[in-house]
Design a protein around this ligand. Structure first.
Ligand SMILES: Nc1ncnc2c1ncn2[C@@H]1O[C@H](COP(=O)(O)OP(=O)(O)OP(=O)(O)O)[C@@H](O)[C@H]1O
Length: 474
């Protein structure tokens, strides 16, 4: 590309970035990761009662009744788990097919069935894909990444960028499992704590990591050659584009990969401006889109409970905790401070609870997640740092101790969808409970309802009929 063409492209990108920023300012703003994940100021106190024993009874009933019938969902063409093809028909390499089956996957989900044939086609096809949380996007792009590796060449050919440390590790672990019968494929993490000596050349075929580290290794230290990359994956693509810090790093990396490199962008949500931007930077991409009303899942029941103040919210949490005889729960707080307070109070009251926020070292974060995954702790208190992508099958309840807000105090609908998507994984049933403690948070709850066109039901813990009905949502 000539110099002037490069300049023109840079100007166009920067004008699109400005438009994106302007749109965000006008619409309430989207924060940088740390601000978005964990705002620093505390929440005020508020009003109305949350009852105890009925809530507990209701949760037990819901969970006990919630045997998920995957086979039925898979035969329903409107379900995101529906497919007509088998994995064999997707033309995966024999080693990968073996890997998929060894993970207990029998048939592909809708996104896997529709994305994979295009991702594996020749010539390589760029893609911007959207599918609901927990419907198997990771497997779709991981299988595509692994399929594209040429193991006769010992240099990095694939980069996969994730927004957080935990998600990068999780994706790497899935890739390793899927590639267990393709032993020649080598994978490296580019995340905090991983170091490579200067002057070394990385020979691993796939690098999975966070944008800052990949930029350091690829653009600054040149530990691998970005001009040889043939597959560029952006997981949680919308947040990677929409958060300024991530975006700048991703654009820098993106600029250094060849024009012929296959681009794969995946997420459960895309705001319109983010999609426009994605379509600009991914030329001729095949788009797989959801309608707004398809974005939230029927298998996740959404409720709100009214509380008068922080103490009543805590009482509601205790009652919910009592109800988790099956499965596990994730509790989301707006700030690290609230998360620390909540986890501390629960621990003091004798509950086995983990806390995961940005105050911890990466080793501590991973250890907390491991304890939670293994079921040693049934409750995890966290902030938005864990709102996206983390897959723990046994999570049956998500509680928004604080509703997700953007920088301007408006509903952060995308984060809401990702948070509640930590339950209801791959067709399982789940419950999302929002603790509403003021007119303001009621308003936020309504904004979310309107955005997705879905009712968030009032959970009247005094209403025995409602409790009965809760078991019916299979
Ligand atoms: N074809 C399949 N058959 C059975 N289980 C599957 C299949 N594909 C994925 N899964 C399982 O479904 C769960 C959710 O998958 P995954 O994490 O890929 O969803 P996702 O769409 O990436 O979710 P998120 O939007 O939260 O990132 C995982 O536990 C995964 O192992």
């Amino acid at each position: 590309m000539s110099e002037w063409a490069k300049k023109a492209e840079e100007q166009e990108i920067s004008s699109l970035v400005n438009q994106l920023d302007l749109h965000k300012k006008e619409n309430g703003g989207v924060q940088k990761e740390e601000q978005a994940s964990e705002a620093s100021e505390e929440q005020p106190d508020y009003a109305t009662p949350a009852e105890a024993s009925l809530l507990l009874k209701m949760i037990r009933k819901t969970l006990e009744d919630s045997k998920c019938d995957l086979d039925i969902q898979r035969k329903d063409p409107t379900s995101p788990l529906y497919s007509v093809k088998s994995f064999e028909e997707l033309h995966l390499k024999p080693g990968l097919l073996k890997g998929v089956y060894s993970m207990g996957y029998n048939t592909p989900s809708k996104i896997q069935e529709s994305a994979l044939p295009n991702l594996l086609a020749d010539p390589p096809q760029n893609m911007i894909a959207q599918s609901q949380s927990g419907t198997g996007k990771t497997a779709a792009f991981v299988l595509a990444m692994l399929s594209r590796v040429d193991t006769s060449q010992n240099y990095t050919q694939v980069v996969c960028i994730s927004p957080t440390y935990e998600l990068a590790i999780q994706t790497g672990e899935i890739a390793a499992k899927m590639a267990q019968f393709c032993q020649d494929i080598k994978l490296k993490y580019a995340v905090r704590g991983e170091e490579v000596a200067r002057g070394t050349t990385i020979t691993d075929h796939i690098i999975i990591g966070t944008p800052g580290k990949i930029m350091d290794w690829g653009c600054k230290l040149k530990l691998f050659d970005l001009s040889k990359i043939r597959v560029f994956v952006l997981d949680e693509a919308d947040v990677m584009i929409n958060q300024q810090g991530h975006r700048d790093q991703c654009i820098k990396i993106h600029k250094m990969v060849p024009k012929t490199c296959q681009m794969m962008f995946f997420s459960a949500t895309y705001e319109k401006e983010v999609m426009d931007f994605a379509q600009y930077i991914v030329p001729n991409a095949l788009s797989i889109r959801l309608k707004r009303e398809q974005e939230s899942l029927d298998n996740i029941k959404q409720y709100y409970i009214k509380c008068r103040n922080q103490d009543e919210k805590y009482t509601a949490v205790q009652n919910i905790y009592g109800g988790i005889t099956i499965g596990q729960a994730i509790l989301f707080c707006h700030t690290r401070r609230t998360a620390t307070w909540l986890a501390g109070k629960m621990a003091k009251d004798g509950h086995a609870v983990g806390i995961l926020n940005g105050d911890l070292t990466v080793e501590q974060r991973l250890a907390v997640l491991d304890r939670f995954r293994s079921g040693q702790q049934r409750v995890l208190v966290t902030t938005n740092v864990l709102s996206r992508g983390i897959d723990v099958e046994a999570v049956t309840i998500v509680v928004n101790f604080d509703l997700p807000l953007d920088q301007n105090g408006q509903a952060d609908c995308e984060t809401y969808l990702h948070r509640i998507g930590r339950t209801g994984r791959f067709g399982k049933n789940g419950i999302a409970i929002n603790l509403v403690d003021s007119d303001k948070s009621m308003d936020v709850c309504r904004q979310i309802e309107q955005h997705f066109g879905r009712t968030i039901e009032f959970l009247d813990t005094d209403d025995a009929d409602q409790v009965e009905k809760l078991g019916d949502f299979r």
